[in-house]
Design a protein. Structure first.
Length: 751
């Protein structure tokens, strides 16, 4: 101990009583009746309700959980002892339950030890190092239930590793249960803290029953010199995961601006997206520039060469474009070196290569400029005159559809190529495409195409857009989920950010009732609140009961209407289609059926097709629906402000025949009320479905249950009925046989 520290200790000892402190201790608090303390006082506050209890032979302060789904209840200490610039905080606790201990003022991970609670039953210590007088007059400790003692000291305390325990959930059926160990990523640009993140979190990851850890692998961090790949950092990460019997599920990101190598950024091949709205560039690479392909393919090939044979590789997620690797156009994310960039939801088709691609697409489609002029009501002399344009700048339907189809197909093809290259590089590994967003034209995500292309390479779809809200999760993921189940692509789900117990349970229900093989959570979804971990521990093994749903009802997904009027899906909470879709989900479990799925024969899976919002489609799609109706299908259609279901050219003759009864073996049911908002229409659909004796008995039984509307149901192909109470109140469900099921708030029942 240096002279300065000795003087400080002497002064503190004279003030607090030398007999009560160890030589290097500055202050302490210990649970007792009453608690013993000097220089530290545990406060009582509305958000901090604690009491002293005896647990076995140990006296501890037990803390009640927060009443807020999004926060953690704290122990709050007042510090009255004078402190030097450098201090160690030691928190002694009974290790019961699971979670991460957090302290405020906060510390970097390398200055924390023992923060994981893994239910070992032992008396353990969490240690934090404070320097430069960061620690002042108060200390806040969260994520802890059984506090035994706290002390501040000048000497480094003994640091012990977190004990390895048996996982709390014993999964019997293989699944990919993936989480994070360092926020969103582990990468060399966070190299100082990355090992500490692993040290502090992997024991908890393992204890909670997860078997995989995700990290970003950014092209610019492994190929810092052209042609020279350095995987040493990730080798260290993988080796650390193997120590905990965990596997790696990285996301491979190459095109996004922040993932680019410096040498590439400075090269002539740095061709970026340019927006049509402002003529400005984003830092993400233009998918229309042909030379980008060779770099992406090389990156994937080198990764596969290095890691493809490693047993520790659970699978990979592809990051072909977008903001955070999603299979979409830019909308929000950072630029090169995480600098602010010109980025917004818009149309990224202004660069010269996009212009050339659009013209080539039109040449292939029309062959002759005269045919294009006839379709577009235009007078171009040659294809070379044509430029990309903002869809709202034209009222010509076919012109707008041609642009929208090219724009979406460009992203679809790029992501499909990535999938092919990834399969070449990783012939025997799990591969998922990252499908995000909620379906507007500007995002450019064609969920049907992506599911179909991934199925061709034995790959899956990971939806990256779930939230804390089950209704939103259903509406914005159901197109991809329906397509993936139809085309045979495995399903995976991911939240778009923060989630509480509500989101944890809603997403688990979504995975279980879609037969998903992969479920991803950020670790903070569990550790940044007081309710999610316990819910996961009670219900996580429902993943073993996952199955595909029994679904005989589909809604018509309005691809063409989206291309013609993007306001249909302009914002997920304000979309007329999604508004009606949420209302219908409160009545029945159903799929979305896209126009591509209809052309590929998907209607044969369903007995009822419900139109919601957006009734313009291509003639071939309407003719396919008509053949299905004449073979015995039922369509339910609401009255529309813009008229009947029609082709792009305005032909309503098919619907006119349906209404007149010319439906063959099938039936058309017309709703005469106002369809938006959708609650009344959904009620009408439910009443009509209950009259249909030809529906599956499991669906009929579910439709006849008595339940609150915020209890959602799904009949599974396994023969079980899954129920989710997505409300703040306990729910009683009376099944069709008269038996009753009680479900706590935001929890699941399986019958």
């Amino acid at each position: 101990m240096n002279t300065r520290s000795s003087i400080i200790v002497c002064v503190v000892a004279s003030l607090l009583g030398a007999a009560s402190l160890r030589a290097a201790d500055l202050a302490y608090w210990r649970a007792g009746e009453p608690p013993k303390s000097q220089g530290l006082r545990l406060l009582k506050a509305p958000e901090s309700v604690w009491k002293i209890e005896r647990t076995g032979d140990v006296l501890v302060a037990t803390l009640g959980p927060s009443n807020n789904y999004f926060t953690r209840a704290p122990y709050v200490f007042e510090v009255s002892a004078p402190l030097p610039p450098d201090v160690w905080l030691v928190v002694e606790f009974l290790d019961r339950g699971y979670g991460l201990i957090g302290v405020s003022p906060g510390r970097l991970e390398r200055d924390l030890w023992g923060v994981a609670r893994v239910n070992s039953g032992q008396i353990r210590s969490m240690v934090a190092r404070y320097d430069k007088a960061v620690l002042q007059k108060s200390i806040r400790i969260e994520g802890l239930n059984y506090l035994r003692a706290v002390r501040l000291t000048t000497d480094q305390p003994k640091i012990e590793p977190v004990p390895l325990v048996k996982p709390a959930i014993d999964f019997k059926v293989p699944s990919q249960r993936v989480t994070t160990a360092a926020g969103e990523e582990l990468s060399p640009d966070h190299v100082a803290d990355a090992p500490a993140h692993l040290r502090n979190r992997l024991p908890l990851v393992r204890a909670l029953g997860f078997n995989g850890v995700e990290s970003y692998v950014k092209w610019g961090l492994v190929e810092k010199t052209p042609g020279v790949f350095d995987w040493s950092f990730y080798d260290t990460v993988v080796a650390e995961l193997e120590k905990f019997d965990l596997k790696w599920f990285p996301m491979l990101v190459a095109g996004a601006g922040y993932a680019l190598p410096k040498w590439f950024w400075e090269s002539r091949d740095n061709v970026r997206f340019k927006c049509l709205e402002h003529g400005l560039e984003d830092d993400t690479q233009s998918i229309f520039y042909p030379e980008q392909a060779k770099y992406a393919r090389r990156f994937l090939a080198e990764f596969g060469r290095h890691y493809g044979g490693r047993k520790a590789l659970l699978g990979v997620r592809l990051g072909p474009s977008g903001d955070y690797g999603e299979a979409q156009y830019p909308a929000l994310g950072p630029g090169f070196g995480f600098r602010p960039a010109h980025n917004h939801k818009g149309y990224w088709a202004g660069d010269e290569y996009a212009q050339k691609s659009f013209r080539n697409h039109l040449r292939t489609q029309y062959g002759d400029i005269g045919r294009l002029n006839q379709a577009w009501d235009s007078n171009y002399v040659s294809f070379d005159e044509i430029r990309t344009f903002l869809p709202d700048s034209t009222q010509v339907r076919r012109k707008r559809i041609d642009f929208a189809t090219w724009y979406m197909d460009g992203m679809s093809k790029w992501c499909g190529d990535w999938a092919i290259w990834a399969r070449e590089a990783l012939p025997n590994n799990v591969i998922h495409q990252s499908s995000g967003g909620w379906g507007p034209l500007q995002i450019g995500t064609d969920y049907s195409y992506q599911a179909k292309s991934m199925a061709k390479v034995r790959g899956g779809i990971r939806l990256t857009n779930e939230s804390d809200n089950f209704q939103d999760n259903f509406t914005i993921t159901r197109m991809a989920s329906s397509a993936a189940r139809y085309y045979g692509a495995p399903l995976a789900y991911e939240p778009g950010g923060y989630a509480s117990k509500r989101g944890v349970m809603a997403r688990l229900f979504n995975a279980v009732t879609n037969g998903a093989e992969h479920l991803f959570y950020y670790l903070f979804n569990f550790t940044d609140n007081d309710h999610a971990v316990d819910a996961w521990l009670r219900y996580g093994n429902l993943l073993d009961e996952r199955a595909k749903p029994v679904i005989e009802v589909a809604s018509f997904y309005p691809d063409t209407s989206v291309k013609l009027g993007d306001e249909l899906l302009f914002y997920r909470w304000g979309s007329p289609y999604f508004t009606m879709a949420r209302a219908l989900r409160a009545v029945v479990d159903y799929d979305y059926c896209s126009e591509q799925m209809i052309l590929d024969g998907a209607l044969d899976r369903y007995k009822v097709l419900v139109f919601l919002f957006g009734h313009v489609t291509e003639k071939a799609v309407l003719e396919r629906i008509d053949r299905w109706v004449r073979s015995g299908g039922t369509v339910i259609i609401p009255r529309q402000p813009r008229g009947y279901v029609a082709t792009v050219e305005g032909d309503t003759s098919l619907m006119s025949r349906w209404i007149s009864g010319q439906t063959g073996k099938g039936r058309a049911i017309l709703y005469h009320g106002d369809a938006v908002p959708g609650e009344f229409y959904a009620e009408f659909v439910g009443d009509e479905l209950r009259k249909m004796a030809h529906l599956n008995p499991a669906i009929q039984a579910a439709l006849r249950m008595t339940r609150p509307l915020d209890v959602y149901w799904c009949a599974l192909q396994s023969g079980k009925l899954a129920l989710l109470n997505f409300s703040n109140h306990p729910a009683i469900v009376t099944l069709s046989d008269g038996s009753k099921v009680s479900i706590p708030p935001y929890e699941i029942a399986m019958r």
